[in-house]
Ligand binder design. Structure first.
Ligand SMILES: *[C@@H]1O[C@H](CO)[C@@H](O)[C@H](O)[C@H]1NC(C)=O
Ligand SMILES: *[C@H]1O[C@H](CO)[C@@H](O)[C@H](O)[C@H]1NC(C)=O
Length: 228
């Protein structure tokens, strides 16, 4: 009886641990650590908005510590994509000590990595550059999110980064390093499952029209062949 009581206390203590305390256990080499943080971002996304599992973390990669979280919050504001939510959260949590976020931000953004379950859209890619993170890591690519049924602006983050030239020609070396495809299968599956609601007849027609038969085949959607 006492033992049972004690173990339930321990269970409560463990489940009540904040996500950030668990995060410090992301160790190992860069790739292992990237996968570990991506898993946290994906779990966070699934809990907060299972129908739009876009989740993001901002991690201080020198301290190996999570700075803040973000999840797609389209019920509150449809512009709050996961990455945007994380940037706003971190800025709120670490305000400029001199009320000058432009020149004296409260966080050393050059030491931060953005983890996001889906490749940043052009809006969030731009924010990553303006905010000044030095790495951006994602799971599912924009074309794959789009293929799963939720249509996207097909502008890759690399294109946005390549366009970041001062005055149109001078290369800006402060742009982030990009790493895609971390925990790709788990993230792809999460989007594919969440977006079944968008895979209607128009989707199938459009996929066929664009030669995406292989994708449909691989995802068990080939049976829904349309008469073209
Ligand atoms: C985007 O998704 C549509 C289906 O909704 C598809 O027809 C189109 O080929 C996709 N585009 C890309 C670039 O993947
Ligand atoms: C920031 O953003 C989300 C909503 O997207 C919220 O649920 C989350 O817990 C927030 N706070 C921090 C400190 O990361």
């Amino acid at each position: 009886m006492l033992l049972k009581f004690l173990s339930s206390i321990i269970l409560v203590a463990v489940t009540a641990l904040p996500l950030s305390a668990m995060a410090t256990e992301c160790g190992g080499d860069q790739h292992t650590r990237d996968e570990c943080y991506m898993k946290i971002a994906l779990d966070f996304a699934k809990i907060h908005n299972p129908r739009f599992p876009f989740g993001a973390l901002i991690v201080d990669h020198e301290q190996n510590e999570i700075s803040c979280y973000g999840a797609n919050s389209n019920k509150k504001n449809k512009l709050l994509h996961g990455e945007t939510a994380a940037f706003w959260n971190c800025t709120e949590m670490y305000p400029s000590p001199t009320n000058d976020d432009m020149f004296n931000p409260g966080l050393d953004w050059s030491k931060q990595t953005l983890y996001t379950t889906g490749e940043p859209c052009p809006m969030c890619a731009s924010q990553s550059i303006y905010r000044g993170v030095s790495r951006v890591v994602w799971g599912t690519s924009i074309p794959d999110i789009n293929r799963s049924g939720r249509q996207q602006l097909i502008i890759r983050m690399q294109e946005v980064v390549d366009s970041a030239r001062l005055g149109g020609y001078q290369i800006d070396h402060r742009v982030p390093e990009l790493v895609g495809g971390v925990l790709k299968k788990e993230c792809d599956d999460a989007f594919f499952n969440a977006f079944s609601v968008f895979r209607d007849d128009d989707y199938l027609k459009s996929m066929h029209a664009h030669g995406e038969e292989d994708y449909l085949e691989e995802h068990g959607l080939a049976g829904h062949r349309q008469e073209l």
